[in-house]
Write a protein that binds this ligand. Structure first.
Ligand code: F6R
Length: 244
């Protein structure tokens, strides 16, 4: 595990974006696994700027996102499809058919999830997977539980997550109750992992990932068994760990 300390959110975003950019510059047809959430937004802004400055070209890249709410149409501004277009895809020269986000409107979870894993495998597998970290140690929508789910699957969101998301919707009833997510196995198959973590509120979760026992109760802790993980984290997020 390689741990890179950043001074603040801006610094974290720049350092992590540089790693993703180097991946694409050295392998222009890279297969990227991408994430939503608030943490990667600054990273995506840097990629957009460097694309506009001619430093990086996405014309041969293909992307697969980690997760999507089930039952939310793609034009809903809370869907991860919408998020990715707004924060990255609409601003770079990634071909339209090259980005993949799970289809939350597919009523058949098994078919949606199995075809997603198969498509990633057929493309040659992920060169690098970008991850954020949840306060409870979750990665993608893999919450603390008794085992490490292998492939892409459908999850019931826990009540805390539904409550936390309610502020983004007109009413609590509109908050999706389920999501499609890559499994821990799908994530661990990526050749490289890049995790971004920002803020003192993530310090305990990050300490568990870096120093605690490897357990499905802290899903991110599984990364300690991956041979090529880079974590770019702000100093306050690293504050509870031995790495400063
Ligand atoms: C996003 C995802 C989530 C987030 C995590 C952290 O696609 O799968 O696991 O990475 O919830 O979210 P933020 O960055 O908003 O703190």
């Amino acid at each position: 595990m390689r741990i890179i300390a950043a001074n603040d959110y801006e610094d974290m975003s720049k350092k992590a974006a540089a790693i993703l950019m180097a991946q694409v510059v050295t392998k222009p047809d890279s297969i990227l696994g991408l994430a939503t959430g608030s943490t990667p937004i600054g990273l995506y802004k840097n990629l957009i700027r460097w694309y506009e400055e001619g430093l990086v070209d996405f014309s041969r890249v293909r992307t697969w996102n980690l997760d999507e709410y089930r039952g939310l149409p793609r034009d809903n501004d809370q869907s991860y499809y919408y998020f990715m277009h707004e924060n990255l895809f609409d601003h770079i020269n990634l071909p339209k058919e090259a980005s993949h986000v799970l289809n939350g409107m597919n009523p058949d979870p098994e078919a949606e999830c199995a075809s997603y894993d198969a498509a990633i495998d057929a493309a040659g597998g992920l060169d690098i997977q970008l991850l954020g970290l949840g306060h409870d140690g979750h990665i993608a929508f893999n919450e603390p539980q008794d085992d490490f789910p292998a492939g892409t699957h459908c999850v019931d969101l826990n009540p805390i997550t539904i409550e936390a998301n309610a502020r983004f919707f007109a009413s609590r009833d509109e908050v999706p109750r389920q999501a499609y997510t890559m499994g821990i196995g799908s994530i661990m198959k990526a050749r490289r992992i890049l995790m971004v973590v920002s803020g003192a509120d993530k310090a305990q979760a990050l300490k568990q990932v870096i120093e605690g026992p490897v357990t499905p109760q802290v899903p991110g802790s599984i990364l300690r068994f991956h041979p090529d993980v880079t974590i770019v984290a702000t100093k306050d997020a690293l504050g509870a760990t031995g790495a400063k």
